[in-house]
Write a protein that binds this ligand. Structure first.
Ligand code: KIV
Ligand code: NA
Length: 264
């Protein structure tokens, strides 16, 4: 795979070539995903659930993400690697400076943070210092206790308008990528059309510029609850490499996500 950069992802959006992304936490899966053409590997704080066995992402630390980022980078030297900033590691801009340092030094190309308006000065400050930023709006799992559960976001007109405004503001502040999680397909399409940066969806329909899944959901090995928007690709293919190949093909030709994985 040629080296994936922000410029490559930007060009993919312009050409309508769908971006594929999976979470990855170790070198072996990272290599396999990159070999099968997955452009973006995310060291998600979902590792608190799928690796550490917690009920939510809140216990994850910057050191945890840095460790797994090093593992992923070792397996996939040319992939575009995004490291999640965990819960409360970017509550202030100063904290964000301290938190991104070990992640970028571990080999991340970009950091991802959850939220809108309160983050605008932080996104600007990080970008000015050479740290690329991915926004994350919609169902932001670090706020699960505020939401009162893992629920679809942006259903009311006011919520939808506010999310569109925040997405534009994040782009304006310097964000070069945006993840939208668990929102109605119409809203995801509106935001994708309004932004010049690529938008990667999870539970946001097939109209975004790309798709991301938690690897354990794709392989059907998540313990407990499997979200409606995810799909077990291993069940239909019977082999891990074929499952990844199928995911990439289905995202590229827009047969995944289908209507059954989407919120109206
Ligand atoms: O932590 C994670 O895996 C994520 C993705 C689901 C977008 O943030
Ligand atoms: Na995350």
């Amino acid at each position: 795979m040629a080296k994936i950069t922000t410029a490559v992802l930007q060009k993919m959006k312009q050409q309508g070539d769908k971006i594929t992304s999976l979470t990855a936490y170790d070198a072996s899966f990272a290599k396999l995903f990159a070999d099968e053409g997955v452009e973006v590997l995310l060291i998600g704080d979902s590792l608190g659930m799928v690796l550490q066995g917690h009920g939510d992402t809140l216990p994850v630390t910057v050191q945890d993400i840095a460790y797994h980022t090093r593992c992923v980078r070792a397996g996939a030297p040319d992939a575009f690697v995004i490291a999640d900033l965990p819960f409360m590691s970017y509550a202030s801009t100063e904290q964000a400076f301290a938190s991104v340092t070990p992640l970028m030094q571990a080999g991340a190309n970009m950091v991802k943070l959850e939220g809108g308006d309160f983050l605008l000065p932080t996104v600007k400050a990080l970008t000015e210092r050479g740290v690329p930023v991915c926004g994350h709006l919609g169902l932001t799992p670090q706020s699960v206790h505020l939401f009162g559960g893992y629920k679809v976001q942006g259903r009311s007109n006011e919520q939808a308008d506010a999310m569109l405004r925040q997405a534009k503001a994040l782009q304006e502040a310097g964000a070069q990528l945006l993840v939208l999680e668990c929102i109605p397909v119409e809203l995801a399409n509106r935001i994708t059309a309004a932004l010049s940066i690529p938008v990667i969806g999870i539970g946001a329909g097939a109209g975004t510029d790309g798709q991301v899944l938690v690897m354990h959901d794709l392989l059907g090995i998540s313990s407990g609850y499997i979200p409606k928007f995810s799909k077990n690709f291993l069940q239909q293919t019977g082999e891990i490499r074929s499952a990844i190949r199928q995911f990439v093909a289905d995202v590229k030709n827009q047969s995944f996500p289908a209507a059954e994985h989407t919120f109206q």
